[in-house]
Design a protein around this ligand. Structure first.
Ligand SMILES: Cc1cc2nc3c(=O)[nH]c(=O)nc-3n(C[C@H](O)[C@H](O)[C@H](O)COP(=O)(O)OP(=O)(O)OC[C@H]3O[C@@H](n4cnc5c(N)ncnc54)[C@H](O)[C@@H]3O)c2cc1C
Length: 378
């Protein structure tokens, strides 16, 4: 086939979810989902906390807030329908200050976002629920959960392929030429024996390339540079904890200044493996190595709420990189989902800055994109 209705670049969780929602909205559409790596979800979508966020932190009316709250409900329903393993473990956001203003501000923000199930916990309640934790106040979020994100992506891929989507791993989009009503897309296919160049046409081109969205935008002919936000890479490293897991819930400190990260928190996978992270550090390149020397700084941060932590049981685990559109000390940027209107190029949709809560919001991002296409086409 050399002409598709939709070409999506990037088989991370967001590209997979966009394809899923497009196939729901346009069941007869032909879709090709291209991925430069040998398999889906090898980058940010597998280097994360696997948390289904409630929607507490993001500024009211922002896309992050709207799509997180909508996406959380859609994701739990999807997991139920297709038996993707998850657990609504709940989360505690802790404060150790004598004044709980920060917690109150967060609760108000959450309420404006439509998150109305939060509870204030005082010290005695925290002690009963989480005896290993030290905190004077907490906000409890019962709708926060964890999921098996690999299983979720595999389910999306299987459903999409059953509905006719063409999945093309090892296929890197190298250039995109808008021509009349279509795009002429060139890709480099590495089929292990040799590398070939392949060209095809697509009516819509969707740039969902995560950490490479800005680089791919640079390969789109006639795209005004002013329509592409600047990119900042913010690395987050994790350490596994080889001691026993004393926590029932996910345990979070108050978020970092300007929301560059949510603070070094405890998370756990579905098998109960306890892990701490991610920290946040602006970096110049995609490099996933973990720095063993950060153990001391991690231990210091974690002991603020888990005093009996044994630092020698922290073991370097993995790192992920947030594709941000705001730099250090700037206010956190929102998700950018730019349609033809923004670029002046018919049929072009681009996603930038899809950092956390992109996993939680994946299905609602997919719905947003398919609504945008419907609006533009009508
Ligand atoms: C440390 C960390 C923790 C996080 N924790 C959470 C969490 O707990 N909950 C949550 O909701 N969110 C979380 N997030 C956010 C979430 O991981 C991301 O929002 C989400 O994974 C982004 O998915 P994506 O598909 O946009 O990007 P990616 O997963 O990076 O996928 C983009 C894909 O595009 C491919 N690609 C790039 N260029 C090309 C090209 N030219 N041609 C073809 N393919 C190309 C790449 O190989 C890649 O596979 C976290 C993020 C980080 C960094």
């Amino acid at each position: 086939m050399d002409r598709f209705d939709f070409c999506i670049a990037g088989a991370g969780v967001v590209g997979l979810a966009i394809a899923h929602k497009l196939l729901e909205a346009f069941p007869k559409a032909s879709i090709v989902l291209t991925e430069q790596e040998s398999d889906f979800g090898q980058h940010t979508s597998s280097r994360l906390s696997e948390v289904i966020h409630a929607g507490i932190y993001y500024p009211p009316e922002s896309l992050k807030a709207r799509l997180c709250v909508e996406g959380k409900t859609a994701l739990y329903a999807f997991c139920d329908k297709y038996r993707v393993p998850y657990r609504r473990v709940g989360k505690l956001i802790l404060s150790n200050s004598s004044c709980d203003q920060a917690i109150i501000r967060l609760a108000r923000n959450a309420k404006s976002n439509g998150v109305d199930d939060l509870e204030y916990w005082a010290e005695d309640r925290i002690k009963i629920a989480e005896p290993a934790v030290r905190a004077s106040h907490a906000l409890f979020s019962p709708s926060t959960g964890i999921l098996d994100s690999h299983h979720y992506m595999q389910t999306l891929l299987t459903l999409n392929e059953q509905r006719g989507m063409l999945y093309a791993p090892r296929t890197k989009i190298t250039s995109v030429h808008p021509s009349g009503q279509d795009f002429f897309v060139k890709a480099r296919i590495d089929n292990r024996i040799k590398t070939e160049t392949y060209g095809f046409n697509a009516k819509w081109f969707i740039n969902s390339a995560g950490l490479w969205s800005q680089q791919l935008a640079g390969k789109i002919e006639k795209l005004p540079a002013s329509s592409v936000p600047k990119q900042f890479l913010c690395k987050g490293e994790y350490f596994d904890y080889r001691g026993s897991n004393p926590f029932t819930h996910l345990i979070y400190p108050l978020p970092d200044h300007e929301l560059s990260g949510l603070g070094i928190h405890s998370t756990q996978d579905l098998s109960g493996q306890l892990r701490f992270g991610p920290d946040s550090e602006f970096v110049g390149e995609v490099d996933y190595r973990v720095t063993p020397g950060k153990r001391r700084a991690f231990a210091r941060a974690i002991r603020n709420y888990f005093p009996s932590l044994e630092a020698n049981k922290l073991v370097p685990a993995y790192a992920g990189i947030r594709p941000k559109i705001s730099g250090p000390d700037e206010k956190a940027g929102d998700f950018v989902i730019a349609g033809p209107h923004e670029s002046g190029i018919p049929g072009l949709i681009q996603l930038f800055g899809i950092e956390s809560p992109g996993l939680t919001a994946s299905l609602s991002i997919g719905s947003y994109v398919s609504r945008l296409i419907r609006q533009v086409s009508s």
